[in-house]
Design a protein around this ligand. Structure first.
Ligand code: 13P
Ligand code: SF4
Length: 307
């Protein structure tokens, strides 16, 4: 039996690779990563790395973003089938029609989207900078926001800015049950509720803090509270427990007792697949150069606007 941890460390050295991992990856993957972060932090890390190879432990749109920023680097995704329901729910041909039906609108697109959709956008955003980016768009300019309607509605509420929304949602975050969170709150009256803005409004109404995965993690670490109900993918709890072993983190349950609060796409990546993709230098992310160039401008605009 090979020691996957040792082999990955050896290959990393040999290939001059950096391993980027999202908080929703299984704990073993988080533990071998050079950078663990939310979508924005990982895009920023990809933009500045000097490594020759990027091993992206996350989902396809994240690795694709890394490739858009690094056309000359090898970008590996341990499982090419690691997609995203939000991205899948917004196909580029339909999105193009939607954009055409709203002429004059500034198109702000959540990073959870395909390259084809990014190429039709003016500015990309993530859950951690969406509000900040919307606030920077001149007040007389109408905005079209896609593809997550719940994040969009949350930003409308925060900024008071009306926006046209693409009717998409994350299949994981909409499974959280309002009823069961209320019951958990009754069982743990001192626990604070931390939620990701991809959740439905009726769930967000129960939250004490709403933010990106990094924002939720930082809040849990620094808050004086000792227990938290975590309403996002439970992979993040690994970092919460590491940083604050003295605190209690309770994963919010979905509606029917299934494990569907785990993102089925993120969880396709395993430590063994990380090892194999490094050994075989594939699956590799590729995209046509003309499409990459079209995606680069809205992505760079995001990086500038969140600096
Ligand atoms: P973050 O922006 O918090 O990383 O969220 C990404 C995501 O896919 C949430 O489901
Ligand atoms: Fe996409 Fe939802 Fe998974 Fe995030 S949790 S990667 S939005 S399917």
């Amino acid at each position: 039996m090979i020691d996957l941890f040792a082999e990955i460390a050896r290959l990393k050295q040999e290939m001059n690779a950096i391993i980027l991992a999202h908080y929703y990856q299984e704990p073993d993957i988080q533990d071998i990563a050079d950078v663990i972060g939310d979508s924005l932090a990982l895009a920023q890390a990809a933009a500045k790395t000097e490594a020759s190879v990027i091993v992206f432990c996350g989902v396809h749109f994240m690795a694709e973003t890394a490739k858009i920023l690094n056309p000359d680097k090898l970008v590996l995704l341990p499982d090419l089938a690691a997609g995203c329901s939000l991205s899948d729910g917004c196909p580029a041909p339909q999105f193009e029609q939607f954009v055409r039906a709203h002429p004059g609108h500034t198109v702000i697109t959540y990073i959870n989207s395909s390259a084809g959709v990014k190429a039709l956008s003016d500015i990309i955003c993530t859950s951690s900078n969406a509000e900040r980016i919307v606030r920077q768009v001149p007040a007389d300019r109408p905005i079209l926001f896609a593809p997550d309607q719940h994040l969009g509605r949350f930003v409308i509420k925060k900024t008071g800015r009306d926006m046209v929304l693409w009717p998409g949602s994350c299949s994981v975050h909409v499974t959280f049950s309002e009823r069961r969170i209320i019951r958990l709150k009754a069982e743990h009256p001192d626990a604070l509720v931390l939620a990701h803005p991809e959740c439905e409004e009726r769930v967000l109404r129960l939250a004490d803090h709403i933010g990106s995965t990094t924002s939720i993690l930082n809040y849990a670490i620094t808050s004086p509270a000792a227990s938290f109900i975590v309403v996002t993918e439970p992979g993040i709890i690994h970092q919460m427990k590491k940083a604050r072993p003295d605190k209690l983190f309770i994963p919010a349950p979905p509606d029917n007792g299934c494990a569907c609060n785990e993102c089925p796409y993120m969880r396709l990546n395993t430590l063994e697949k990380v090892y194999r993709c490094m050994r075989d230098r594939q699956p590799e992310i590729t995209l046509p150069e003309d499409l990459r160039v079209k995606c680069l401008a809205p992505l760079q605009r995001m990086l500038e606007m969140s600096a």
